[in-house]
Design a protein around this ligand. Structure first.
Ligand code: PMP
Length: 437
């Protein structure tokens, strides 16, 4: 039997790279196993694999690639930065520019610090909150994923839940005891946890709009309750906006018009990543001046990074945000997404396949179930096998999705009506085949 080049490369990768992948979410374990497709080129909304097959891409590298692959403005910025030296170990003017752009778009951040990943950003916000409050515990929400640092891998969603590992090995039980997990969209459960442990809770951490068990909006009043309760018990509020910042509009969830009462839902600390690096490694965190002044060299909380604020990542981030400042950019992504989700819903109905779609502007999630998805339990109570079949059908027809029922579809500024037409034909053919089995 002829092997594809992806299958051959996967065998090679398995010999040298643990599990053959450099991030577990890239494996096909959650969709029945086998070789993941090895991509060799991305351009705009499209990918080409090592066997020469073309795909419409909705993975967007798990979020960062909002302008499509190899956007010329970003490529030029990276090339220019590289030509002037990739890493200085000194401050640069560029860092100030991106920091100002972030602050203008997300006013709760008086001060910013750049790091290299979302994981680092989140991990540091926890340290800062603990330093500021002189307390130890954090409260998080079931199914929200906050990177792979020890404290937040307790009952995490995204990759770990897909692989059926609620906790990672290697995390001391004593550390896990510092983390309290409550259901998302459930202010009563949060209140009960604060009643019990409130004296020692440093922070309540949340994805204000969830991106890790599908795309899930907070219910009306939930973030207001969360902020009010946290403050009542002397805890800080940390928003993990690694996915959500610049995803729905030029700003973040905390300033998104789809959420009311921006003043009442303002966090103390915000963690960023993904889009703000335009496809290069980055993270950032920020918050009120008073809280951020805990950080070295001003304060006693240590955090550092050899690669932090490197000119290539910062330049790519600035260029990406410049593209997103363009007139009507988010409206166009939303228009295409509505066409796509309406078409998928029609197709599912035609073939009798139960499907819930959660759409937020240019992103959405597909849940194979006949109930709404507003928290992690509901997201888990969906058909993983049907998703796996759908995923493979779509891949075979030239549409690249994330290999997990929990991940979102992301539109980019590069997608066109033609891509949507192509995708809807693939959806119709996939559902037809699935329904006939
Ligand atoms: N927070 C959220 C909400 C995320 O979705 C992710 C990554 N998917 C992270 C943090 C971790 O970011 P990184 O992978 O850059 O470390």
């Amino acid at each position: 039997m002829n092997r594809t080049k992806s299958e051959y490369l996967y065998e090679e990768a398995l010999k040298h790279i643990v599990g053959g992948v450099n991030s577990p979410s890239r494996s096909f374990k959650a969709v029945g196993g086998g070789a993941p497709v090895f991509m060799s080129k991305g351009q705009g909304a499209h990918f080409w694999d090592v066997d020469g097959n073309k795909y419409v891409d909705y993975l967007a590298a798990y979020g960062p690639i909002i302008t499509g692959h190899a956007h010329p403005h970003i490529t030029q910025a990276i090339t220019e930065a590289a030509a002037n030296g990739t890493l200085y170990g000194t401050p640069t003017e560029l860092e100030i520019k991106l920091a100002k752009m972030l602050k203008e778009a997300i006013p709760s951040m008086d001060k910013v610090r750049f790091v290299n990943s979302g994981t680092e950003a989140v991990m540091t916000t926890i340290r800062v909150a603990r330093a500021y409050t002189k307390r130890n515990k954090i409260i998080k929400f079931a199914g929200c994923y906050h990177g792979h640092s020890d404290l937040v891998l307790v009952a995490a969603g995204s990759g770990p839940s897909t692989l059926g590992i609620p906790d990672s090995a290697g995390i001391p039980a004593s550390l896990a005891q510092e983390v309290i997990t409550v259901p998302f969209n459930n202010a009563e459960a949060l209140h009960a946890a604060l009643e019990k442990w409130g004296d020692d809770v440093a922070a309540v951490m949340v994805e204000p709009i969830v991106g890790n068990f599908g795309m899930v909006m907070p219910k009306a009043g939930f973030l207001e309750d969360l902020c009010r309760l946290a403050r009542q018990y002397g805890a800080l509020v940390i928003y993990d906006e690694v996915i959500t910042a610049f995803r729905f509009h030029y700003g973040s969830a905390q300033t998104y018009e789809g959420l009311a009462n921006h003043e009442a839902i303002k966090p103390d600390l915000t963690a960023l990543g993904k889009i703000i690096g335009g496809g290069l490694p980055i993270g950032a965190y920020g918050g009120s001046k008073e809280v951020m002044e805990q950080v070295a060299p001003l304060g006693p909380t240590y955090q550092a990074g050899t690669m932090a604020g490197n000119p290539a990542s910062i330049s790519a981030g600035i260029a990406c945000l410049e593209v997103l400042q363009g007139e009507g950019v988010y409206e166009e992504m939303e228009r295409l997404t509505i066409r796509l989700t309406d078409g998928i819903a029609d197709s599912a109905k035609r073939h009798g396949i139960p499907l819930t779609i959660n759409r937020i502007r240019g992103s959405f999630s597909t849940h194979f179930c006949d109930h709404p998805v507003t928290d992690y339990d509901e997201a888990q109570d969906t058909d993983g096998e049907v998703f796996g079949a759908f995923f493979r059908n779509m891949l075979n027809r030239g549409v690249n999705l994330a290999p997990s029922k929990y991940e979102a579809w992301f539109l980019t500024t590069a997608h066109t009506d033609e891509d949507i037409d192509f995708t809807l034909e693939a959806v119709e053919a996939s559902f037809k085949e699935m329904a006939s089995k």
